[in-house]
Write a protein that binds this ligand. Sequence first.
Ligand code: FAD
Length: 309
Amino acid sequence: MVFRRTVLSVARSDRLRSLVSGSGVTRGVVNRFVAGEDADSVVAAVRDLTGRGLLASIDHLGEDTLHPEQATGVTRGYVRLLERLAEEGLTPAAEVSVKPTAVGLGLGAEGESLAAANIARICAAARDAGTTVTVDMEAEDAVPATLRIVNGLRGDFPWLGCVLQSYLRRTEGDLAAMARPGARIRLCKGAYAPDPGSAHTDRRDVDAAYVRALRRLMTGPALPMVATHDPRLIEIAGTLAALAHRSTEEFEYQMLYGVRPDEQLRLVDLGARVRVYVPYGRDWYGYLARRLAERPANLAFAARSLVSR
Ligand code: FAD
C-alpha cells in the first residue's frame, strides 16, 4: 500500500507526465498494457481475444475530462465503438467499461447528472448493439455518486454492471445494497490510493475482505465478476462457485489486458468464462501509472525499457 501510494503520488507530477507522454520512451510498456490508440487497434485486439475463447470489456481511456464538451466527445467515441463492434460481429462477446469521470462526473455541481446522462446514452447504444456496460469505480470520493448513477440507470438497463473495491471498508455495506437479482458486480481489490481511515491498508486485510465479499456474491442473486490476477483468490473463487452450485455461465473471471495471459487461457480451457479488460486510446498515462504502482515487477519492466533504449 505504501509502495502504491508513493508511485501514484510521484505519477501525479505534471512534469513527469509530460516527460513520459511526450518522449515515446515507454512505447514497449504502453503496448504491453494498452491495446492501441484507435478503434482499429482495439477491434483487432478484441478479435484476437475472442478467437481464443475470451470475452472483452473495452475501456476508452480518459479520466482528465475538464469540459462538458470533452465528456460529450468521450461519450460519442463509446457510441461509435459500440456500433463498430456490432458491425464487426464482436457483440455480445465484447462489452464496454466506462469511467464516470471520463464522461463528466468531476465537473462540479452538474457533473453527476451530466455523467448519468452520458452513461445512459452509452447504455442505449450498448442495448442497440446487443451488449452490456460496466461502470468502473474510481477514487473514493467518486464512490457515492457512481453508485447513485448505477442505481438510477438500472431500471432501464438492468444489466448495467458496477464495481466494488475490497480495500474500502464501506464495500461490505455497498455489496449488500447493490447485489440484487440480475445485477452484475465486478469485485476488485482497488487501484487508487484511498484514505487509510476508510480503507484496509494491509494487503492481508484487503485479501480477507475480498474473500468475504466473494463468498457473499457467490451465494447471492447477482452475477459475480471476479476481477483479480491473484492465484489464491482465483482458486477460492472457483471453490466458492462450486460450493454454491454455480455453473460456469453463472460467474466470470476478469483480468487486465497483458496481465497473466497464460492464466486467462488456462481458465478458458477449463470451461470458465474469462473477460479481458482492454484499454485503448491516447490518454493512457493514468491507467499505466496504476499498473506500475500495483506491482514492483511492472515498474522494473518499465525501468528496463527506459535504460535499454
Ligand atoms: P495483486 O494484489 O496486484 O497481486 C496478487 C498476486 O497476483 C501477485 O502476488 C501475483 O501472484 C499475481 N499477479 C498480479 N499481477 C501479476 C502479473 N502482472 N503477472 C503475474 N502475476 C501477477 N480497480 C479499481 O479501483 N476500479 C476498477 O474499476 C477496476 N477494474 C478492474 C477490472 C479488471 C478486469 C481487473 C482485473 C482489475 C480492475 N481493477 C480496478 C484493478 C484492481 O483493483 C487491482 O488494482 C488489480 O487487479 C491488481 O490486483 P490483483 O487482484 O490482480 O492482485
